[in-house]
Design a protein around this ligand. Structure first.
Ligand code: GLN
Length: 274
């Protein structure tokens, strides 16, 4: 199963997140530690999306190559600094095509999205959910894959102005109900916040006073990483992180007069505010 990460904080090079850490996405592409029964390597392409400092919209690079073989990306990653990044390496599910369009991040406007997992019974199990989308959305999917459809489902509701936490949680729950046994770790950012679900897959988070890093697997052995429990929604911003059980009402992503239900992420350096 693919591996993904999202970072918000002081500008870092893409290399500092993707290629340099001892267990960064580059290492996870050929030596992942926690694939949980889905694939062995993540060599079916990769992608990175980043917000240039001061920009409200991200730039994206995707390739069907294994990340270790893409020398163009190595150069870009070393020279690119950003305060907000979402990146992923892909292990294609059996039967799904290998090309750049199938790689995360999926993107529109200020949004970057990734899916780590598989939709069981694809495509029949989720055909009724897909049928609710505008036909043009189905005709313009990035790829004929489960992840691209999940992005279309999420994107459709984001376009309508729905709350991102609610969208991610309800999409995961609806697909899990329609396609039992699916693995649905979803990851979304707009450059200011990160939303993620855990549904039968690994996810960890590290919060510091001015940053947050969410990743399928910890990028290093430094302290501060906390595993996100299964079947939870995570909402994080630099310095803050909250996890909420997916079956429960979801926490709002923005400050609200009503205190959201949920647990602070159990990281030693976490400092949550609401
Ligand atoms: N099923 C998705 C795909 O084939 C995601 C892959 C994964 O998480 N391994 O692209």
């Amino acid at each position: 199963m693919c591996r993904h990460l999202a970072y918000l904080g002081p500008p870092l090079t893409l290399s500092a997140l993707v290629t340099e850490p001892p267990h960064g996405l580059l290492h996870q592409s050929y030596a992942p530690r926690d694939m949980r029964g889905g694939g062995t390597v993540n060599a079916d392409g990769f992608g990175a999306g980043w917000f240039p400092d001061g920009s409200a919209e991200p730039v994206r690079y995707r390739s069907e190559k294994p990340i270790w073989s893409d020398t163009a990306f190595a150069g870009i990653a070393g020279a690119t600094r950003s305060p907000a990044v979402l990146a992923a390496v892909r292990s294609a599910t059996t039967g799904m095509p290998v090309h750049a369009g199938a790689c995360a991040p999926f993107a529109e406007g200020r949004w970057l999205f990734s899916h780590n997992g598989v939709v069981r019974g694809w495509p029949g199990s989720v055909a009724p959910l897909a049928a609710a989308l505008p036909t043009t959305d189905l005709l313009t999917l990035d790829a004929p894959t489960d992840s691209a459809l999940l992005w279309a489902l999420v994107r459709h509701r984001l376009r309508g102005g729905d709350d991102p936490a609610t969208v991610l949680a309800e999409t995961a729950l609806a697909v899990a109900a329609a396609a039992p046994g699916s693995r649905l770790n979803l990851l979304l950012t707009d450059g200011a916040a990160v939303w993620a679900t855990t549904w039968t897959h690994a996810l960890s988070v590290r919060v510091s006073p001015d940053a947050v890093l969410v990743a399928s697997e910890p990028l290093d052995d430094l302290p501060g990483w906390a595993a996100v429990p299964d079947r939870h929604l995570l909402v994080a911003r630099p310095g803050t992180c909250r996890v909420t059980e997916l079956a429960e009402p979801t926490a709002p992503p923005h400050p609200s007069p009503r205190r959201p239900r949920g647990d602070r992420c159990a990281t030693p350096s976490s400092s949550t505010s609401t």
